[in-house]
Design a protein around this ligand. Structure first.
Ligand code: PLP
Length: 396
């Protein structure tokens, strides 16, 4: 009888033989679904935990599957380092809390995702962090103070699809000793890589295009290794780490990201042109249309012919017209997220921007009837036909 066979059944159940760690490199990223890593000695454990020796200790701090995903995003964004997060908001809040302390100031440029706006506008002031909200690079330069540490913007602002001037923003931020951080969720690294235009940090909600199948939640921050080391340290304290199962799905999504995003963009352009020509549509916001206010800037900063997969269409009429359109389309569900394989719609005034009345919506360049459309991977002709039929069903 071996030593193991002398142990009780409960002990043997707990102390099962460990899985082999193969010498061969796994072709697909393995899922390290473990919360802890075991050391050969107490000394080795202490050294890794203290950072004297590289290694893994605890999945809330680092996990190989999650790290591999972030490194893969960094490679796409022309970044030297990346860190994974449990959600886009975990990535955003951790980044902001890394570089902003009590008494510091931030400048936010253009329309922001509601969660980011809420964090900057409502939550961070409780810790003595103030934000000035401005609309363009010139106003951002004027708003910078000696205490400004971060300039924050988004590559394609929701739902107007405005595009910031990265070079001007980076110059303004750096002249004031601040970092330029860009939420590039709507663009993805396939459309635009803000680090190549002078940004210091790029943030994504990986829940959207990167995952691409509406089945995983995550976030990622990429940039210089010295900045990312600080972001990682804050995440270890705050706890917004990406779980390995989610990381596996998001990493798999990256493999087809360029293929999917090019298709999203081509279909969105076709859709935007078709909607702009429809008599029941008052306006279309899409940076790929020549009459969009930022078309030239987008064409300069984005990769050839790609303008993203989200189009905002405003049917003629009031709020009810927008909701009727959302109810009349058959291929597109009413869904809050975006960037997945399915076309989805969101009536902006009653969902993502519900806190704004009609006057405030108009001041932000949003119509009461506006509908955000995340153009999916279906046949573009079918999407256009579905929306055309739905528009025609609206009362005159
Ligand atoms: N940034 C943008 C531009 C978004 O649209 C979203 C989500 O809708 C987020 C960040 C937040 O990401 P998550 O929902 O993964 O926390």
């Amino acid at each position: 009888m071996s030593e193991t066979e002398k142990l009780g059944i409960d002990t043997r159940a707990v102390h099962a033989p460990p899985a082999a760690v193969p010498a061969e490199t796994p072709f697909a990223p393995p899922v390290y679904r473990t919360s802890v890593f075991q050391f050969d000695s107490a000394e080795q454990y202490a050294d890794v935990l203290a950072g004297r020796t590289p290694g893994y200790v605890y999945t809330r701090i680092d996990n190989p599957t999650s790290d591999a995903f972030a490194a893969a995003v960094a490679a796409l964004e022309s970044a030297d380092a990346g860190q994974p997060f449990a959600s886009g908001m975990a990535a955003i809040s951790t980044s902001l809390l890394t570089f902003l302390s009590a008494g510091d100031h931030a400048v936010a440029v253009g329309a922001l995702y509601g969660g980011t706006y809420g964090l900057l506008h409502h939550l961070l002031p409780r810790w003595g962090i103030e934000t000035t909200f401005v609309s363009d690079a010139a106003a951002a330069a004027a708003a910078i103070r000696p205490t400004t540490r971060v300039v924050w913007t988004e590559t394609l602002a929701n739902p107007t699809m405005r595009v910031p001037d990265f070079r001007a923003l980076a110059a303004a931020a750096h002249a004031g000793g601040a970092l330029l951080a860009v939420d590039s969720t709507f663009a993805t690294p396939v459309v635009c890589r803000p680090l190549e235009w002078g940004a210091d940090l790029v943030v994504h909600s990986a829940t959207k295009y990167i995952g691409g199948h509406s089945d995983a939640t995550g976030g990622v921050v990429v940039g210089r290794p010295d900045l990312l080391a600080q972001v990682r340290a804050t995440r270890a304290e705050l706890g917004g780490m990406l779980a390995p199962d989610e990381a596996f799905l998001l990493h798999r999504g990256l493999t087809t990201l360029p293929l999917r995003v090019r298709r999203h963009c081509a279909s969105a352009l076709e859709f935007a042109h078709a909607m702009a020509a429809h008599p029941k549509v008052a306006s279309v916001d899409y940076a790929g249309l020549p009459d969009h206010v930022d078309h030239a800037l987008a064409t300069e900063q984005f990769d050839g012919g790609l303008y993203g997969g989200v189009v905002t269409i405003t049917p003629r009429g009031d709020r009810a017209a927008g909701q009727r359109l959302c109810n009349a389309v058959r291929l597109a569900g009413n869904v809050t997220s975006l960037g997945g394989a399915h076309t989805v719609v969101s009536h902006i005034a009653s969902t993502t921007h519900r806190q704004l009345d009609d006057a405030a919506l108009a001041a932000s360049g949003i119509g009461a009837a506006s509908v955000r459309v995340s153009v999916g991977l279906e046949d573009a002709a079918d999407i256009v036909a579905d929306f055309t039929r739905a528009l025609e069903s609206l009362p005159d």
